[in-house]
Every structure is written in C-alpha cells, then in structure tokens.
Ligand binder design. Structure first.
Ligand code: ATP
Ligand code: MG
Length: 502
C-alpha cells in the first residue's frame, strides 16, 4: 500500500478544491487546487533535473506559501526534505550540507553568495533561490514544468525528512523521519485536538522546525481546512486574526508577547476554541494571566524533533499548569531511574518513549544511534520528568542540565521555580558551572520585573529560607534578558560558558 504522506493528505483535501489552504498576509489565498498544481510542477521540475526518490533536498528559505508547497512537492516526488533554519550562518550551513549531501539546495537571496561557494565545495550542482519576484529563481525555472505529477509510492519506513534538532544542548543532529512517523503523529494530533470543518489555524511559527511544519501544518492538511499564514510572529496581527480563526499554536514567548500587547481579552478571543503551547516550558504565571484575561486555558503539550508530539494536556478535562499532560494514543512514555527501572509516580527520572512516531535514528551518526535507544526499543529523550499519580507528566529539565554539586543532584527547575516566586524576579535560569571544590556550582541568572532591582545577596538569603543549602545558588547574576534560540528556548550552554571561570 502507498504510504506516501502526501497521498494521506490528499485523501483529506476538501471536495471543493477551490477552498483555501492558505490565507496570506496580503490577502492572497492559495487554494487546494493551486497547492496541488504548484506542488506537481515543483515535483516534476526537480525530478526533471535527475533527482530520484531518496535524494535529499535542502531548503533554507524565508517562510512563504512557495516554501510550504516545495515541502509538499518533495513528499510527492519521494525526496527527503531537509529544512534549514534561516538564521544559520555559512559555517553552520556548510556542516549540514556536508553531513546530509543533498542533490539540490533551495536557498534565500540573502545567503546565495555563501551557499554558492558551499555547493561548489560539496559538489552540489542544483542550486536555486526561492524568492517572490522570479529572476533566475526556482519559481521561475519551475514555471514551465507540467501541472500534473503522479505522486511517487513510498513504503512506511522510507524517509520523508531529515530534520535537524534545535541545537539547544550542543551540535544539531539530523533526525531521520519516515512517512510512517509523520503520518501516525498527524493522524493522532488532529483528532486529539478535535480539528473539524470550521477550524482555521493562525500560523506564525517558522517552517524549518517540527512545531511549525509537522505539528501546525499537518493538523491543517489532515483536516482539509485553512490556515492564516504569516511570515513571522506579530502580536497585533495575531489579535486581528483571532476574530476569524479558531486555533493558535505558539511557543511560550508568543504568549508572553501577546500578553504584553494591549487588547488581549475575552472579546478578542471569543471566536477561538484552542490555544496550544509547546517547544519550551510555559511559565505558570503566563498560564494564569492568559486565563484571567481571556477566560481560556492554554493547552500545553510536549514533543521533540526526533519523535513529533509525545504528550498533551486534554482537550476536555483539566489542563494542568506545569504539566504536559498525558501520553498521546499509540505513544508509550515511561520514566526510569539511572539503572533503567521504572519510577513510581512522583519520582523524577529519565523520560523514554516508543511508538510509530519515533525516529529510526540520526543521519550518519551510528554511535549516537547505539547510545540513544534502549535494548527494548525505547528512545532516550534526554529529558527528565515525573508522572503524577493521576498520569500527568511534568518535565523537570534536561539530563544534560542536571547539576551535581558536592555529590548532590540539583534539578535546575526546582531552583528556578523558587527564584521565580521571589519579588522582583521576572524569570530565571539556573546552570552548573565548573567549581574546584564542588565539581559544579549552582549559578542563577535572573531577569528583573520591570522597574524592580533585585539584589543578589537578598535573593540568596530568601532562597536559603526555601531550599536545602546545597541547592542555593552560589552566585545570582541579574541580566536584561536570557539568551534564547529561534524557538524561544533558553540556551543554557551559553550561560554555562559565560559564567564558567568566575
Ligand atoms: P538539541 O536536541 O539539539 O539540543 P532541542 O532538544 O531543543 O535541541 P527540539 O527537538 O526542538 O530540539 O526540542 C525538543 C525539546 O524541547 C524537548 O526534548 C524538551 O526538552 C523541550 N520541550 C518541548 N516541549 C516542551 C514543554 N512543553 N515543556 C518543556 N520542555 C519542552
Ligand atoms: Mg533535543
């Protein structure tokens, strides 16, 4: 049976192919008919260049309708789609091209020069630019290709994409994602979150990451409805869109920025049925403030590049702040101790997962593949967490961020939660930095609330009342903002480097 993800989407497209898939900022609409025709042309054009199923196509372009249609084209032609963060610089792109060895590269105008040189170096002969105005671009070159294309049959384990992880904990790894991985997750998600014929999604996430591409777009493609498609997050535009949409997906920083924008209230959100957050922890304060203003509770979920979505708070029933909800149907999630034995509810351990959505391995990293899977086929997420007695999972942090100080384990999150409750503290991040006596010293970095001036000695004094001594930071640095990557994740390695040796 054909397991091509595109064929699954196609079976869910609306009968009226004139219905919109994308509603763009400038008011232009891209119908399902146009999506079919354009993705056919792109697939035919790339195939005409001599690319064959299984070849990688690297795409580093600004977000646009064409970029999404290019993804659909790659699925149709059986190419392995390889999106790259638009913020990557020459050296980073060089690493990915060398690692993945794509047959074609579609780039953005502003990095064309450096990409040209990299393609020459890696003997990649097909380089195009995806831009709006044509001129020597992919769009122009593909213009005369036929508008019909027979979608290539795929087997479930054939690769659909190589998706590089966010690089929060070190060098990004290429997760090998199959058609089965994506299809199973897309099917579960759009049903779990109750997608139906009247749903319109506000899409402001990037397309190079699991969240924007596989979670957001796939829910819509499985549902055969429309999304309001923006090049990037914009709080004012989001608020305007909420009047005519039903679902929003964001990272926590989107929510804090929405709260900072005037006009977020019940009335502005009265048409919306669902706000979803993920990719990084949502602060309890954001959760509470959003509910106070809008009357709606954000649904938090948890997932990763390698696995797609793993857990979600329920659509109906309690959405518990500080948790990421229950394992999604078909996904097994367990919490184990250092020796691999299952933990009791309430005990903290390593999160491991198994299911049809979990990657087969990392691209060209055989040693990693041995390390990251258990003998019984569970993938080690690298996250630590705990299940409550009634089955809600909480993420405590990443095992790499665990601090061992004087022989004691300190989970940064526990210290961060205590810090966040102190007056004058907006948010915090806690890391371990090398220390001659303790091995690592607990070090906190704090952002002050507007107008507040927290004092290091006072914060440390207050924490001593709340935490065991070994958990209390040796130093607290007050900064203007925490370093974050494009997905809004705090870059703890940057903080560790910055404060090491102090
Ligand atoms: P790298 O693996 O390269 O270090 P990364 O893990 O940040 O980068 P992603 O796959 O984008 O790359 O992110 C997945 C991670 O994001 C998860 O393993 C988890 O640590 C974190 N995460 C995702 N959703 C949540 C959430 N709701 N709450 C807390 N953490 C989350
Ligand atoms: Mg990761």
């Amino acid at each position: 049976m054909d397991a091509n993800l595109y064929s699954l989407f196609e079976s869910r497209f609306p009968k009226d192919r004139g219905a919109p898939l994308l509603i763009l900022e400038e008011g232009r609409r891209v119908s399902y008919a146009e999506a079919e025709a354009t993705s056919a042309r792109y697939a035919a054009f790339l195939t005409g260049l001599g690319l064959v199923p299984g070849d990688r196509v690297a795409v580093q372009t600004e977000k646009s309708a064409e970029a999404l249609l290019l993804y659909l084209a790659c699925l149709r032609a059986g190419f392995v789609y390889l999106p790259l963060n638009t913020a990557y610089q020459e050296g980073e792109v060089g690493y990915f091209l060398g690692n993945a060895q794509p047959r074609a590269v579609i780039s953005q105008p502003r990095s064309l020069g450096s990409t040209q040189a990299l393609c020459a170096q890696h003997d990649i002969r097909n380089l195009f630019v995806l831009d709006e105005d044509g001129g020597g671009s992919f769009t122009a070159a593909a213009r005369s290709a036929p508008e019909t294309f027979k979608t290539v049959e795929r087997k479930p384990d054939d690769l659909a994409a190589i998706l590089y992880t966010s690089g929060t904990t070190g060098r990004s790894k290429g997760a090998m994602i199959s058609h089965r991985n994506l299809a199973s997750n897309a099917d579960v998600l759009h049903r779990y979150w109750g997608f139906g014929p009247t749903d319109v999604l506000v899409h402001m996430l990037p397309l190079f990451h699991v969240h924007g591409l596989f979670v957001a777009c796939h829910c819509v493609l499985m549902n055969g409805t429309a999304m309001r498609f923006h090049s990037k997050f914009d709080a004012a535009r989001a608020l305007a869109d909420f009047k005519e949409s039903t679902v929003f997906m964001g990272v926590p920083t989107f929510y804090t920025r929405l709260l900072a924008e005037g006009g977020l209230d019940r009335d502005a959100c009265s048409n919306m049925r669902l706000f979803i957050s993920g990719s990084a922890p949502l602060l309890a304060e954001t959760h509470a403030e959003f509910e106070r203003r809008t009357g709606q509770r954000i649904l938090e979920r948890y997932g990763m590049t390698e696995t797609g979505m793993l857990t979600s708070n329920p659509l109906e029933g309690e959405r518990r702040a500080g948790t990421v909800g229950f394992p999604l149907p078909g996904t097994e999630v367990r919490v184990v101790d250092d020796t691999g034995h299952g933990c009791k509810p309430g005990d903290i351990g390593h999160i491991q997962v198994r299911g049809p959505n979990v990657l087969s391995g990392y691209w060209r990293l055989p040693e990693k593949n041995k390390e990251e899977f258990t003998a019984d086929g569970y993938f080690k997420t690298g996250d630590v967490g705990t299940f409550s007695k009634d089955g809600y999972l909480s993420i405590v942090g990443r095992s790499k961020d665990l601090i061992i100080t004087g022989g004691y384990n300190v989970y940064p999150k526990e210290v961060e939660l205590a810090l966040d409750e102190l007056p004058g503290v907006q948010e915090s991040a806690v890391v371990g930095v090398p220390h001659p006596d303790f091995g690592e010293a607990v070090t906190a970095v704090v952002v002050a609330k507007p107008g507040a001036k927290p004092v290091e000695s006072e914060l440390i004094g207050a924490l001593k009342q709340r935490l065991a001594n070994f958990k209390v930071p040796k130093r607290v640095h007050v900064v203007d903002e925490l370093p974050r990557n494009t997905m809004g994740k705090v870059q703890k390695n940057v903080l560790r480097d910055r404060y090491s040796g102090e």
